[in-house]
Design a protein around this ligand. Structure first.
Ligand code: URP
Ligand code: ZN
Ligand code: ZN
Length: 479
């Protein structure tokens, strides 16, 4: 199975050059001028097009059981949507119920994900703590290729990780060579403000952002970063949505701390006016956490990406259809939290980032693919166009245009947070494991074509961090 891409322009995170790219048996085997096609190879003329690493979305929730329902895109439809948008790998989340053994939850998610069409990997959430969690984290790192653990600082009375859990788990991550990640929102404050809104008769989606103001995120971002700093652990903050988070990350980075930040395509371009929509369904379709923010925060996120304070872009793809959102018609706190975007992330970043002059094409590659591969330790197999790398590529037509619409999307839901946005710059071919998975509007991938991505522990990187950790006070395991 060979595929020769002829006459394109290769764009990586660091350079741009004219070359043919030959893929064979799932790998990139040659890059150069006027390559010859082996017998039987498929040849595609990609003159005028860009050959870039396939997108990596480091934050999705396919088929997530959440808030009394299950996300509407499963691992098949969700990864089909990813491929249609030029994304060849997702990092999803295993989220054990409090008290559920980690390994049981992990195997449950592996079963669900067997039908993925694109490549996939898992962060594992730490939603409770005991000796078995401590032990299973090691099993996951050493035997199952998990190198990141997620902590929800919000969702009180459900999956929230309290400070004692953060301290125990971050310490354990450091021992194992894994990276802790956080959803930074102060869950106690959210809970308090939600009760306050409801008691004042505010039951609709417009109360959602009021119950989760920027300070709620900023406080939690500071706290998580400070805990990590005290322990000498690195930390990755998912879906940063406010200036306060960007400032906290920049401050810590300037002090030499290993802090990484992610932002969502949605938070970069959608603002909080959506919650004022008189159409309840449309407003509820935008209920996600953290919520969409006033415009000034979008500027801070873009500046964070441009400066390198934030390294990755994701979607938090967690799709709920209108009927599911209606579970909260009398009480906004019951509206399932989540929005989609895995199909649109790359096009939105190109349109609003590259076409607007905020990002160069090389920076686009960095923030949509390479940086996630580096941070989660799968580079250069993923996130690069180099000989020996996995043949996960997107062929991009910078002149192709479309108007984003739910009517034409792959995702299983009836709405789209980018509805009506005109984008120029689209994937024409998505190549996953050396196979053409998406061919200019036609999905060729099949359920099960996606491969599980093993992510090894960070041994060399942690050597330096562990030295620093010797200076920190050892934290006893919470029993
Ligand atoms: O609203 C959201 N983001 N739903 C998915 C779960 C999470 O917090 O990431
Ligand atoms: Zn979250
Ligand atoms: Zn999420």
């Amino acid at each position: 199975m060979s595929l020769l891409l002829k006459g394109g322009t290769v764009v990586t995170h660091e350079m741009t050059f004219q070359a043919d790219v030959l893929c064979d048996n799932g790998k990139i085997v040659a890059i150069g001028q006027s390559l010859n096609a082996p017998d039987g190879a498929e040849i595609r003329d990609v003159a005028g097009k860009l050959i870039m690493p396939g997108g990596i979305d480091p934050h999705t929730h396919m088929q997530l059981p959440f808030m009394g329902t299950v996300a509407a895109d499963d691992f098949a439809s969700g990864t089909a949507a990813a491929l249609a948008g030029g994304t060849t790998s997702i990092i999803d989340f295993v989220i054990p119920n409090p008290g559920q053994p980690l390994m049981e939850a992990y195997h449950q998610w592996r079963d669900w994900s067997a039908k993925a069409m694109a490549n996939y990997s898992f962060h594992v959430a730490i939603t409770w703590w005991d000796e078995s969690v401590h032990a299973d984290m090691q099993t996951l790192v050493e035997e199952y290729g998990v190198n990141s653990f997620k902590h929800f600082m919000a969702y009180k009375n459900a999956i929230m990780a309290t400070d004692d859990i953060l301290v125990a788990s971050f310490s354990r991550c450091l021992e194992l060579g894994a990276i802790p990640t956080v959803h930074a929102e102060n869950g106690e404050l959210v809970y308090h403000l939600q009760r306050q809104m409801l008691s004042q008769g505010m039951t609709g989606p417009e109360a959602h952002p009021l119950s989760r103001p920027p300070e709620v995120e900023g406080e939690a971002a500071h706290r998580a970063i400070s805990i990590a700093a005290t322990l000498g652990a690195p930390i990755y903050l998912v879906h940063c949505s406010v200036e306060e988070s960007v400032d906290a990350i920049r401050y810590a980075q300037n002090k030499g701390q290993h802090v990484y930040g992610e932002c969502l395509a949605g938070h970069l371009v959608v603002d909080d006016s959506v919650y004022q929509d008189p159409d309840w369904d449309k407003a509820a379709a935008h209920v996600m956490s953290p919520p969409f923010r006033p415009k000034k925060h979008q500027d801070a996120l873009w500046q964070g990406l441009q400066a390198g304070t934030l390294q990755t872009t994701a979607t938090d793809h967690c799709a709920f259809c209108t009927a599911q959102k209606a579970m909260g018609e009398d009480d906004f706190t019951r509206i399932p939290n989540g929005t989609a975007g895995v199909e649109e992330r790359m096009a939105v970043l190109w349109e609003k980032g590259v076409n607007s002059g905020k990002l160069t094409p090389n920076e686009f590659v960095a923030v949509t693919s390479t940086n996630a591969a580096r941070i989660f330790n799968i580079y250069p197999a993923k996130g690069s166009v180099t000989v020996g790398a996995d043949a996960d590529l997107v062929v991009w037509d910078p002149d192709a245009s479309k108007t984003i619409s739910a009517a034409t999307q792959m995702s299983n839901i009836e709405h789209n947070i980018f509805e009506g946005m005109q984008v120029t710059g689209l994937p024409v071919l998505t190549i996953c494991n050396g196979n053409i998975a998406w061919d200019n509007g036609t999905l060729l991938a099949k359920a099960g074509d996606g491969k599980y991505i093993d992510r090894p522990a960070y041994a060399p990187y942690y050597h330096a961090l562990q030295k620093r950790r010797q200076l920190a006070t050892p934290v006893p395991v919470v029993r």
